[in-house]
Design a protein around this ligand. Structure first.
Ligand SMILES: [Fe+2]
Length: 288
């Protein structure tokens, strides 16, 4: 370090953004009650507006919810929301609509934990500098991985993806922390429980060096889909010396030339109602 600034704080690595999580769900009405009415997110008004899929905007990111058998992410989705108290009120209001499902929520001093009707877990935080300047964001995904895998996972993201990744200890557990853009993170927390079988859900990332990771993954036989000019997929995160699979989560990998990159997303102000309507406050204030 020279001069007054630590310039490494400005490094983001090769993963530019964690844009969406995709889980199929069996009931679009219940999904609307949870994601739109409860969590306060906004249905994408332009794409996937039918009955067989819903894209839900969370600041600059999305949840993709095609209709199908329920999928469950093997970990927790970390969200920043503008107001935890208002979130708890909304979740209380939708609870009767989701009776008989796996829906639940719990209010803690510093967060609200919410479970979707099919068991996906969300940890909702108030805005804070650690999440960047945002008030509404998909901040991180924390996967639960077997003991002894965090170091190998961090190395995989460094060497295969060109990401900034390191292992740290959080609450006694080893956690691989992978930078996904300026403030988002992919976290891999070691736990004693072995993960349930992988059911095919996926995450989507944008990367700046698109061909380098592709070449690396092709050499190891890890590419699972050559989707199109601007996208490929892989599933297995491996120990790079032995090839042993450490964890499986499908990555939809896109270049910055993908037409969907940095697409402006509509976000509403979830506090707005027709009862105490405030003019010019329909649009959420803090997305960008
Ligand atoms: Fe996707």
């Amino acid at each position: 370090m020279s001069g007054a600034y630590d310039r490494t704080h400005g490094d983001t690595g090769n993963i530019v953004a964690l844009e969406h999580v995709n889980v199929t769900i069996p009931d679009q009405q219940a999904a609307t009650a949870f994601y739109v009415m409860g969590l306060g997110f906004t249905r994408d008004p332009y794409l996937m507006v039918g009955l067989d899929n819903m894209w839900v905007n969370i600041g600059r990111s999305q949840c993709h919810l095609p209709t199908g058998s329920p999928m469950r992410l093997r970990g927790t989705i970390g969200i920043v929301v503008p107001d935890l108290g208002e979130l708890a009120q909304r979740l209380t209001r939708v609870a009767p609509l989701l009776a008989g499902t796996q829906f639940s929520f719990r209010v803690h001093a510093d967060r609200v934990e919410a479970t979707c009707p099919w068991g996906n877990r969300f940890r909702c935080h108030a805005p804070s500098p650690g999440f960047g300047a945002t008030e509404l964001a998909l901040a991180y995904i924390e996967f639960e991985v077997p003991r002894g895998t965090a170091e190998g996972i961090a190395r995989f993201y460094r060497e295969a993806l060109g990401a900034i990744a390191a292992t740290e200890r959080r609450g006694g557990d080893a956690v691989a922390s992978v930078a996904a853009g300026s403030t988002q993170k992919l976290l891999f927390r070691e736990t004693d429980a072995s993960p349930p079988p992988y059911d095919g859900h996926h995450i989507q990332i944008y990367i700046a060096d698109f061909s380098g990771p592709h070449r690396f993954l092709v050499e190891r036989g890890l590419i699972t889909e050559e989707s199109n000019e601007h996208q490929y997929r892989f599933r297995d995160i491996v120990e790079l010396d032995s090839g042993k699979v450490l964890f499986t989560i499908e990555h939809e990998v896109r270049s910055l030339l993908n037409p969907l990159y940095a697409r402006p997303l509509v976000n509403r102000n979830p506090a707005q109602t027709n009862i105490d309507y405030a003019r010019r406050h329909d649009v959420f204030r803090g997305t960008y």
